[in-house]
Design a protein around this ligand. Structure first.
Ligand code: TYD
Ligand code: MG
Length: 516
């Protein structure tokens, strides 16, 4: 600013001297003027040079700054902001923004294109059967859609301690004719060996262990060897030294997953990424890489139950409806091939508030016991507690029972539980829950040889449900004598000799049939 001012001052001085009407070159002040003119010219010249140099350097400075700009990334959803904000406008989480270095995008749009590319029509594409690697764990293969696809990137998410590492180790042990590279960033190789010993796999020579978190080194190991399968446990511990952000941050997790994706696709090696699902702390959830991977598996279960359910949330090579059921023992996870028998094994006969329902999980019918306990409330506000079922759906069923059946539940505490620790969200279990509540309120047991299925509408009507044949077949297989189904479903249902099928259209009628 000062230099601009000096420059303007220099120009006006020169103008003033040259345009002065009284000044002539011959008068006595001539020498004085010459000195002033020379000084002004020097000031003007130096200022102009200075301005010119600053102009060039300023541009360089801006360029330099833009390269080193930092950004703030939400560790929950990956939303990017130029400044720190307390609440993420995208996922509404608080205090999730972490400062990360923004890297400039150097490659130009055309630089990556090596040759001319052309689209292809469907006819030009040769049909190719996707080869599958059978993992020997039937439940695992079922969820993957029939086995592991070479070159696929699979993300296995789940709460910490649910058994992800155990499942991966069992997978490695089961694939004993393949070379498995198990990369651990969380445990030492000694700990992994201890786990393998628990799983009775001490002599497994096909499993190569690597306790490392530097992804560049890990990729070198993979490139130099020929593993048939790579397991990365967990993706949140991996880091690339070139990136400034901490391991577990959104940038590191994304970059690591992108590199492993490239490896899987170019070398045709299936890669498993283990990821913790946690909302606390700065560790980025696996949500941010869900779009990159081919398959997203979720391992879930209640902390106090031994049952674990493996679910496919996304699968490019199969259905997402399938589930795999496991049970955690002291010697690892055991597959449950007949879930209905397991879930009904602890049933108490002759107790009120218990109904067996037939739910569909994936393509499989599962018979589960739903329990209800209705007791007079001791406090002003009646309690409603629900485990394994939607709380709002329970409130709706209670309202229907009050209004349509005339049950007085306003002064009663209601507890509902799906036995075995599994969660059922399909509306076909509505009838079972309503009959358990009615049974507990009246203290009359539900007929123990009956199964009830049906969705309850707000008017008290029993609505049609899907896959009724499978449910009836499963109930008959397990020795049940009667099944209560929605009346409209009877039209499509062929009669079977083994089980009596009763169609009902109203909730009152269904309760009467089940409780008497
Ligand atoms: P782990 O696989 O380490 O969980 P994650 O990798 O998901 O954090 O194991 C979790 C729990 O499982 C641990 O608390 C101990 C238990 N467990 C068993 O009950 N039996 C077993 O055979 C093993 C290996 C683990
Ligand atoms: Mg683990």
């Amino acid at each position: 600013m000062q230099r601009v001012f000096l420059c303007v001052f220099g120009i006006s001085l020169l103008r003033g001297i040259y345009h002065n009407p009284y000044a002539t070159w011959n008068n006595s002040f001539c020498s004085y003027r010459r000195i002033i003119i020379s000084v002004a010219s020097i000031v003007l010249l130096s200022c102009s040079i200075h301005l010119f140099i600053e102009f060039i350097f300023f541009h360089r400075y801006i360029e330099h700054m833009s390269k080193n700009l930092t950004k703030y990334v939400c560790q929950s959803c990956g939303y990017v902001s130029p400044r720190w904000i307390g609440k993420c406008p995208n996922c509404s989480e608080w205090s999730t923004f972490v400062e990360e270095a923004a890297r400039p995008l150097r490659a130009s749009r055309k630089s990556g294109v090596a040759s001319k590319i052309e689209p292809v029509s469907f006819d030009q594409i040769e049909k190719e059967d996707v080869p599958r690697i059978k993992t020997m764990l039937n439940e695992f293969d079922r969820v993957l859609g029939g086995g592991l696809v070479p070159g696929s990137l699979v993300l296995l998410g789940g709460d910490p301690g649910i058994g992800k590492s155990t499942l991966m180790m069992q997978l490695a042990i089961a694939l004993n004719d393949k070379v498995i590279l198990y990369v651990t960033g969380e445990e030492s190789v000694r700990q992994i060996k201890l786990r393998a010993e628990r799983l009775n796999a001490v002599s497994s020579k096909n499993i190569l262990l690597l306790a490392e978190t530097n992804l560049d080194l890990i990729l070198d190991v993979i490139e130099s060897g020929t593993p048939d399968l790579v397991i990365i446990d967990s993706i949140q511990t991996m880091f690339r030294p070139g990136l400034e952000s901490a391991p577990g941050s959104v940038s590191q997790v994304r970059e690591s997953a992108a590199l492993l994706l490239r490896l899987a696709k170019t070398r045709g090696i299936p890669v498993f990424l283990v990821g913790h699902v946690t909302k606390e702390g700065v560790i980025a959830g696996p949500k941010v890489i869900e779009h990159m991977v081919d398959t997203v598996l979720q391992f879930e279960g209640e902390a106090h139950y031994a049952y674990r359910i493996l679910r496919a949330l996304k699968n490019r090579f199969g259905s997402t409806n399938e589930i795999g059921i496991f049970e955690m023992h002291d010697t690892g996870l055991r597959e449950i091939l007949n879930p209905s028998e397991i879930f009904l094994s602890e049933r108490h006969y002759g107790t009120s508030g218990s109904t067996v329902v037939a739910s569909i999980e994936g393509s499989r019918p599962i018979l589960v016991e739903v329990q209800a306990l209705v007791t007079p409330t001791n406090f002003g506000m009646p309690q409603r507690t629900c485990t394994g079922f939607d709380y709002r759906r329970l409130a709706l069923l209670l309202a229907v029972l009050e209004k349509r059946v005339g049950m007085n539940l306003g002064q009663q505490d209601v507890f509902v539980n799906v036995a075995g620790g599994i969660r059922i969200d399909e509306p076909a279990v509505d009838l079972g829950i309503a009959s358990s509540i009615a049974s507990s309120l009246r203290d009359i047991p539900v007929d123990s040889s009956s199964v009830a299925v049906g969705e309850i509408g707000l008017g008290g009507e029993i609505r049609t449900i899907g896959q009724i044949e499978k449910r009836v077949h499963e109930a008959a297989k397990l020795g049940f004598k009667r099944i209560i189904v929605p009346l409209h479903n009877l039209k499509t249902l062929k009669p079977t000799g083994d089980i009596e099928i009763i169609g009902v259209d109203r909730i009152e009628k269904a309760i009467e049939t089940l409780i008497g």
